[in-house]
Design a protein around this ligand. Structure first.
Ligand code: SAH
Length: 488
């Protein structure tokens, strides 16, 4: 590749990008990022084109230029992908909450599998079997087709909505791209319709009672966010109001009217908990430290499979209950339990996977950094009469080495880390503990691939990978992986 060279102020040569801002280029789109941007090349220089799909030829205007890549906006589709569909959501482009609605759902599932394979090969340096449903004689990691949803809409059980004000009432929905302006939204096609309805009720009634919305620019006003959660199996609902202040005016009236309106509009669902969370900081974090119950119970219940879960306002709970069950069943299947195993569930949250495993293991130890989640996990064990699961608060990378030193051995270790993946110290401890199996649940294929490489080098073999579509129409990719100890 040849580049013109500029001299920077320090005298070091800097290659100049071969494209110019505002210039229009006609390019072939070859890839797709998880933000839904098409990837193509102009003179060997990488351009990310929002809205363009692989296989398309497009004309795009360059909007920003960096050293090794630039961004461009779609001007015209010269050759259209057969996988392109019309997004059903009318505010799809403005909102930015979904990234793949313009791609046919089956094609989304294929793309997610391919993204996993690319990461395993490129970052994990793993050999991937060419045919997904192969027999054991084939070498390489088996990456199964992504398990999608039969109904990939209205799947989210939780909504988090920023609140703003406009003449005559409150608005709530999403931030217009790249700004703090709140665009009102009455319905979101990936959200449970009962959540949408409860949010509409809260906006209307809080507006009528004159409760002021928070303004981030001036740090004034009161109502920052409305959060609603529904237990799709239990049909219980929770409402959390996040406020910039301890006191909410006309609380009793607000609570009473919201309860009444919810009862009338969706009588088959029960609004069981209304909480207030106080966040007086200038921050983009949603929750503050203090949560109190305004009315009803501190938790709502839901079920995954046969297990009941109590969920409190701030605990992590998977947002797609239908696919969560698919994911956890796969994790349980990969754990290969017979009833005699000791299992460690690092990153256990409120004990969801732990309690699933406990039904078929001798003993399960869960670790989790958030103390409230561990409280929930213990309560959930009790709620289900499960006595062979123990939970501890702490960093997985600190507690596991201590457990190992105390003589605890594990037959199976399950990890389900956040996006940044596992801490190196945890991976080293897993290697030293020599479990027969490692089950890795991942929401980020690139950190997954990095961690699998460490475990491979430490004596484990990656056997199979099952992508599960937890977030249809978004670029997020979730998968569950089985590793076995070499020679076990
Ligand atoms: N397995 C659970 C939670 C997965 S989300 C479920 O499926 O519901 C990841 C969890 O890891 C979060 O609850 C987060 O609080 C916790 N966490 C993050 N870093 C951690 C660390 N270093 N040690 C232990 N837990 C951690």
């Amino acid at each position: 590749m040849r580049h013109r060279m500029n001299r920077g102020s320090e005298g070091r040569p800097k290659p100049a990008a071969p494209v110019a801002i505002n210039q229009i280029y006609e390019i072939e789109i070859e890839g797709l990022t998880h933000e839904g941007e098409g990837v193509g090349r102009a003179d060997g220089y990488t351009l990310f084109v929002s809205g363009a799909l692989p296989g398309e030829r497009v004309r795009a205007r360059v909007t920003s230029v960096k050293k090794s890549y630039g961004h461009a906006e779609l001007v015209e589709i010269v050759r259209r992908s057969e996988e392109r569909v019309t997004p059903p959501c009318l505010i799809y482009e403005e909102c930015g909450g979904c990234q793949l609605q313009h791609l046919d759902y089956e094609a989304q599932l294929r793309w997610k599998r391919k993204l996993v394979i690319d990461n395993l090969q490129r970052i994990g340096k793993l050999e991937v079997a060419s045919e997904p449903e192969s027999d054991d004689s084939q070498s390489g990691v088996i990456v199964h087709p992504t398990i999608g949803m039969a109904q990939p809409w209205r799947y989210r059980n939780k909504a988090v909505v920023p609140i703003g004000e406009r003449e005559g009432g409150l608005v709530g929905g999403f931030y217009a791209q790249g700004s703090h302006r709140i665009v009102d939204m009455d319905a979101c096609l990936i959200q449970d319709a009962h959540n949408d309805e409860l949010i509409r009720i809260v906006k209307r009634i809080a507006g009528e009672l004159g409760i002021p919305a928070y303004r981030s620019e001036t740090h004034e006003g009161l109502l920052r966010h409305v959060i609603v959660r529904v237990g799709v199996r239990s049909r219980e609902m929770m409402l959390v109001l996040v406020t910039n202040g301890e006191r909410l005016p006309r609380t009793a009236e607000l609570v009473e009217r919201i309860r009444e309106a919810a009862r009338v509009s969706q009588p088959e669902y029960e609004l069981k908990s209304i909480c207030l969370n106080v966040n007086t900081k200038r921050t983009s974090l949603i929750f503050g430290d203090e949560t109190r119950v305004l009315w009803g119970s501190e938790t709502i219940e839901d079920r995954i499979g046969d297990i009941r879960f109590a969920i409190s306002a701030r605990s992590f709970y998977q947002v797609n209950p239908v696919q969560t069950e698919v994911l956890y069943r796969k994790a349980l299947d990969y754990a290969g339990l017979t009833g005699s195993e000791t299992v460690i569930d690092a990153y256990c949250g409120i004990g969801t996977i732990s309690l699933f495993l406990a039904q078929q293991a001798k003993r399960v130890y869960g670790v989790e950094i958030v103390p409230e989640a561990v409280e929930d996990a213990k309560r959930n064990a009790e709620l289900n009469g499960i006595t062979n699961a123990e939970f501890a608060v702490g960093l997985a990378e600190e507690l596991l080495p201590r457990w190992r030193a105390a003589g605890i051995m594990a037959d199976v270790i399950v990890v389900d880390p956040p996006r940044k993946g596992c801490d190196r110290a945890l991976l080293d401890t897993i290697i030293a503990m020599r479990p027969e199996r490692v089950v890795y649940v991942s929401c980020n294929p690139s950190t997954l691939a990095r961690d699998l490489r460490v475990l491979e080098d430490g004596g484990f073999r990656t056997v199979e990978v099952q992508p599960v579509d937890m977030f249809p129409h978004s670029g997020h990719v979730e998968c569950v992986i089985l590793m076995v100890r070499k020679g076990a």
